[in-house]
Write a protein that binds this ligand. Structure first.
Ligand SMILES: [Fe+2]
Ligand SMILES: [Fe+2]
Length: 545
């Protein structure tokens, strides 16, 4: 479009928007409309707007002011009124000039109801009508396209932020999957903070823990991290001053220089504070302080720029992170409680065994302590050492099923009596085999009386076919039996017991393990010489709950 056939002599008054009264963006749109109309019709249009005075006036381009006396001609006013109803362009014989008066309604994004008008000479009115309709349609399409493009841009921005958050949360969950109960809150926060800050953009992230018994507001910094870390005392003070106002939502404060508390918090500009709690357990607080400012940012001139404040998306992200950490901390507590309960149940079982045969009191615990030392010597890791300790405690639990007469008989046992004693590894296995959490003790419990030459019991296994736990327990079990006092005899001297072990190495016991045992004999003897029985509590009245 825009051919020379529509060009007329320059209209003396070319009116545009009163840009002093509207946004620059609206003014730009109006300019674009006029340019587009000029391109299409080869004629300058004037803009007519409905005013508060209930009449129609031309808008001025000159010096961006409204020409107050530019009231439109009655004919133009009537056409504008009809367009207000129909929203359709009008082409009619002009009385204000030669030719045809073309009036076109403009889309609303020009700031209120406006009509573009021009007088065009020498053209076919039907053609002008079609051209005007075509222009209106194209503007509507363009308007829709612009709207969709804008929405698309906003959605892209939201998606991009969401994606970053999602990536962070997925990384965090993946990390928790790999972690175990030994990861405490501080080590979790240490791994989380760098990823978290890619989304938080804070100068400082901090984990503060609340020592038991001091109340939630007495928080001690456990980890302070970030490009510009804030002094730990200030962070504790933030918790003291603002932690009280927490109620289900994080405390978000920007520009705290305006608050009365600011004088105590020199160095903290803004922050988000959220508690780490699960149920009624309060672990501490997480704090993001001082939103990062760009290089060369002047706070005095640009202080109000909300882009550099903490907002709802940062608060929400910190809440989610804290909620995941609190759940993990709570799970760790439950896990430790469960472990402790298991240990207590095992101790109760062993105590039942000790009560049955007071003369071997402490045997199970000493065997457990010795086994742990020997296992450590041969390369067991910490967890495996704890496991063999539990196995040691339980190794003779099957003796609960052996009759007292046989168990306590001081002299030599008959074949039948010995056969009954030999049932205790099997008895132990059958007592414990249903306990899923104690499955790991079964090999040691069942095979601690096997001998490497295959002459032991219950299965007559030999060499490496005997589980390692069983071979370790066999040595320390024999050591305790030899060196402990009995009512009918004293314990063997250390040297004699050592020579019996050495003689049996390779036949009764694993020779490499005997060698390792000799290397830790000082630690074993120290345990034996310092071992004291746990005293059983004496009940007074009631069950003591
Ligand atoms: Fe045994
Ligand atoms: Fe034993």
């Amino acid at each position: 479009m825009g051919g020379s056939c529509f060009r007329l002599a320059l209209v003396t008054h070319m009116y545009v928007a009163p840009c002093n009264q509207v946004d620059d963006s609206v003014c730009v749109v109006r300019q674009q409309m006029l340019v587009s109309l000029l391109d299409t019709f080869d004629t300058d249009f004037r803009l007519v707007a409905s005013t508060d005075l209930d009449d129609w006036r031309y808008l001025a381009t000159d010096e961006l002011v409204v020409i107050n006396d530019a009231q439109v001609e009655p004919e133009v006013s009537a056409i504008c009124e009809s367009i207000l109803q129909s929203q359709e362009p009008v082409v009619t014989p002009s009385t204000i000039g030669d030719g045809w008066l073309v009036a076109i309604p403009l889309p609303n994004d020009v700031g209120g109801m406006q009509v573009a008008v021009a007088s065009i000479e020498g053209q076919d009115p039907e053609m002008l009508r079609r051209l005007a309709k075509l222009w209106c349609s194209s503007r509507q399409y363009q308007h829709q396209v612009d709207k969709y493009a804008q929405e698309c841009e906003q959605l892209t921005e939201i998606l991009s932020e969401g994606l970053e958050e999602l990536t962070f949360l997925r990384s965090m969950v993946a990390f928790l999957d790999m972690s175990d109960h030994t990861h405490d809150l501080t080590s979790l926060a240490e791994s989380t903070f760098p990823l978290l800050n890619d989304n938080m953009h804070a100068d400082c992230l901090a984990l503060l823990l609340t020592p038991e018994g001091l109340g939630p507001l007495r928080a001690v910094p456990a980890l302070v991290w970030g490009p510009k870390p804030v002094d730990g005392h200030l962070l504790s003070r933030v918790v003291e001053l603002f932690g009280q106002s927490y109620c289900d939502q994080p405390v978000v404060k920007n520009h705290i220089h305006r608050l009365p508390e600011a004088s105590e918090l020199n160095g903290v500009r803004d922050f988000i504070l959220t508690p780490i709690k699960s149920g009624s357990t309060h672990y501490g607080w997480m704090l993001a302080a001082n939103r990062q400012l760009p290089e060369g940012f002047d706070p005095s001139s640009d202080w109000e720029l909300s882009h550099y404040e903490f907002g709802t998306s940062e608060a929400s992200l910190l809440c989610t992170t804290v909620s995941i950490l609190a759940t993990h901390a709570s799970n760790c507590d439950l896990f430790q409680e469960k472990e402790q309960m298991l240990v207590n149940v095992v101790r109760s079982l062993v105590s039942a065994l000790d009560a049955k045969d007071q003369y071997t009191c402490g045997h199970s615990e000493r065997v457990a302590l010795y086994a742990k030392v020997l296992a450590e010597r041969v390369g067991y890791d910490e967890e495996a050492c704890e496991r063999i300790y539990m196995t040691g405690l339980l190794h003779d639990v099957g003796k609960i099923g052996v009759s007292d007469a046989v168990l306590k008989k001081p002299g030599r046992l008959t074949d039948e009596e010995f056969a009954e004693i030999k049932r205790h590894p099997d008895e132990g296995w059958s007592i414990l085999q249903d306990l899923a959490q104690l499955k790991y003790v079964l090999p040691g419990v069942l095979h601690h009386h096997e001998e490497v030459d295959g002459s032991g019991y219950p299965d007559g296994l030999s060499g490496d076919k005997i589980p390692l736990d069983g071979r370790i327990l066999a040595i320390v079990d024999a050591w305790d039996a030899m060196t402990s006092d009995r009512p009918y005899r004293n314990g063997m001297p250390t040297q004699k017991a050592l020579s019996i072990l050495e003689e049996g190495a390779g036949s009764q016991w694993d020779s490499q393990l005997v060698q390792a045992f000799l290397e830790v004999i000082d630690r074993i003897e120290l345990i034996r010489n310092t071992y004291r029985l746990h005293e059983r509590p004496i009940r007074k009245m009631g069950c003591g709950i």
